[in-house]
Design a protein around this ligand. Structure first.
Ligand code: PEP
Ligand code: MG
Length: 299
């Protein structure tokens, strides 16, 4: 199990490495766009991505392409009002509507790579056509740059992506499960809802089933799976995620030492049994009770 860092800026990469990050598992590239009064050009973007890759000194960088729209509009990129922004034009849906902006971001990433390990993933993929369009654009550009160690994948945040994992796994290089959005969409609970968000628990067996499907499909095709939502840093989720066979956890830099310690203390065979039992339960509360009993017995 690799433990990597989630980053929302380029300055934090060196600290993440100092805290033990084995790579960056999620670079939320929105910061490059949000910190700018107009769409950032190729040179400005390349400098940011290069800064992260330099700090990583050969460790892999997983970048999420621009994930705005819906509830997160950019001032220079007006989006018509939507009644249901979380179900509207956001993430990959938005960038595919503006191929010029998407292409500039991909070029900046490929230029910054310089042969170093770069993984590019698209957010909010729910349809195979979205993945294929994004992949085709990246592959068309790739030939122009020195990008020997490139992988292309998707974030699994929309339940349809997990349900389609057996088909998608034949085409992607990796999956990264965004449990924040996956939980929101699987349970139909707004992740920021003032009274309901507490019930949006990624340890809900329905979410675990989607994670399990994704991991099994990926491994059947020799692909890897990361978790980059908040669940990855949840101590009670750790044995379950290890037991489901997840290959990488990506968490905030400050959580890395604790997560690494937690992983080291776990027994793989017991974690597998626990995960299987969790998949058969009916609520997040039942899963949490099961894990806390199991962890209690270990002490
Ligand atoms: C997620 O949805 O789990 C995720 C990592 O993306 P974000 O929280 O930025 O939407
Ligand atoms: Mg998300």
């Amino acid at each position: 199990m690799e433990v990597c860092a989630n980053l929302g800026d380029s300055a934090g990469a060196a600290t993440a490495v100092a805290l033990g990050a084995e790579g960056v598992g999620l670079l939320r590239s929105e910061f490059v766009f949000l910190d700018s009064p107009c769409a950032p050009d190729l040179v400005a973007q390349e400098a940011e991505y290069r800064r992260v890759l330099d700090a990583l000194e050969g460790r892999p960088l997983v970048v999420r392409t621009l994930d705005v729209g819906g509830d997160k509009p950019l001032p220079y990129w007006p989006i018509p009002h939507e009644a249901n922004p979380y179900l509207g034009v956001r993430g990959i849906r938005l960038t595919l509507q503006r191929p010029q902006i998407f292409e500039t971001q991909l070029r900046a990433l490929l230029r910054a790579a310089d042969g170093r390990p770069l993984r590019i993933m698209s957010p909010m993929v729910g349809l195979v056509e979205e993945w294929r369009q994004a992949r085709d654009l990246a592959l068309a550009l790739r030939a122009e740059y020195d990008c020997a160690d490139l992988q292309l994948g998707i974030m699994v945040e929309v339940p349809s992506a997990a349900l389609l994992a057996p088909a998608l796994a034949q085409e992607v290089d990796f999956f990264s499960i965004g449990t924040n959005d996956l939980t929101q969409y699987a349970l139909a609970i707004d992740r920021g809802h003032p009274s309901l968000s507490g019930q949006a628990d990624g340890l809900h067996p329905a979410v675990l089933q989607l994670i399990d499907m994704t991991v099994r499909a990926a491994h059947a095709h020799g692909k890897w799976v990361g978790i980059c939502g908040e669940l990855a840093a949840d101590a009670q989720a750790l044995p379950v995620l290890l037991g489901l066979g997840v290959d990488e956890l990506s968490v905030s830099a400050r959580s890395i030492p604790l997560v690494k310690q937690g992983v080291r203390e776990l027994d793989q065979a017991r974690a597998r049994e626990l995960a299987q039992a969790a998949l058969g339960l009916a609520s997040a509360g039942e899963v949490r009770a099961l894990v806390s009993n199991a962890l209690g017995e270990d002490r």
